[in-house]
Design a protein around this ligand. Structure first.
Ligand code: NAD
Length: 290
């Protein structure tokens, strides 16, 4: 049966590496990386995410600056905070927790972030750098997927056929760019694609980020394929609420390897956020942890 890709363990190991790097950077420069997280309003899921980011950032030995703003915060106030964080020498990463309340223009806020501190990698400048092969801050979820793929398949992915299901700016598109940068043959399918199942069946690497529980059936998966399930879907089953992915996991026994949900891609995202913060620190300070 398919090997299980243990993202939880990989993320724990990565956080251990980050902690060591932070200690080395502190010794070499007298400074530690700092991450500023901005939350507007009190969306319950966002509050949990921000709390978890804060805890893991400090556990890694980095500075965490938490900004919890009232739901009525104006665009101007939020932009002014970003402007201050952009020039704050203690801050190397800036993350604005999405979604923002409806009266705020999230796009404008993200484009206001200094691209060199844009640890979510959502700024157009980072999307452009990734697409053109320049040093970029890469969105955390696809970055985590790529780490898991390389850990499983080895560093050379050239010539493999990768199919990405979903074309969002935060997962599907940057995932496709990362795979192209590794010289994979890349197909992107989405909700308007006509022969999705057939295209998926051709994939050596199948990355699924559609937000549709159980979308990918067993017969969509080529025997031996590496399957990365990004989906996080809350479903009701037997009167209980549980989290499932976009792949019908029970039908994927003939895959070569697959990420479980939960415990696959999910835990990688925060670890990659901290990794990006270290990357941003090193570039801003012209140093490395080597
Ligand atoms: P999104 O809604 O922005 O994009 C979904 C994409 O899937 C769209 O491009 C759409 O065209 C495509 N799609 C929808 N239905 C489809 C179908 N039937 N066939 C083919 N393609 C289809 O979502 P997103 O932000 O990219 O997130 C996708 C999923 O990944 C969600 O379940 C989300 O919760 C999860 N997610 C997980 C993490 C993490 O693990 N940390 C991070 C981000 C997103």
């Amino acid at each position: 049966s398919a090997a299980i890709i243990d993202g939880k363990q990989f993320a724990a190991d990565l956080l251990g590496d980050i902690r060591l790097k932070v200690a080395t950077l502190k010794e070499n420069t007298g400074k530690v990386p700092g991450l500023a997280v901005v939350l507007v309003g009190s969306d319950p899921a966002s509050t949990v995410y921000v709390g978890s980011k804060h805890r893991q950032t400090t556990a890694a030995g980095m500075n965490s600056f938490k900004y919890e703003l009232p739901a009525e915060t104006t665009q101007q106030e939020l932009m002014a905070l970003i402007d201050r964080l952009n020039v704050d020498p203690q801050v190397h990463g800036i993350l604005v927790q999405l979604p923002l309340p409806a009266h705020l223009d999230a796009g404008a806020v993200i484009q206001e972030i200094n691209p060199d501190k844009d640890v979510d990698g959502f700024h157009v400048s980072n999307a452009g750098r990734l697409a053109t092969g320049s040093p970029a801050l890469v969105p955390c979820t696809p970055l985590g997927c790529m780490m898991l793929l390389k850990d499983r398949l080895g560093p050379d992915l050239a010539g493999l056929h990768a199919v990405v299901v979903g074309k969002s700016n935060i997962v599907g598109k940057p995932m496709a760019q990362l795979l192209l940068a590794e010289n994979c043959t890349v197909t992107v399918v989405h909700s308007r694609t006509r022969n999705t199942a057939e295209l998926c069946r051709a994939a050596d690497i199948l990355v699924v980020a559609a937000g549709r529980p159980g979308l990918v059936r067993g017969d969509w998966i080529k025997p031996g394929a590496a399957v990365i399930d990004v989906g996080i879907n809350r479903v009701e089953q037997d009167g209980k609420s549980r989290i499932v992915g976009d792949v019908a996991f029970d039908e994927a026994g003939h895959a070569g390897a697959i990420t479980p949900v939960p415990g696959g891609v999910g835990p990688m995202t925060i670890a990659c956020l901290l990794s990006n913060t270290v990357t941003a620190f090193c570039r801003l300070n012209n140093t490395s942890a080597a």
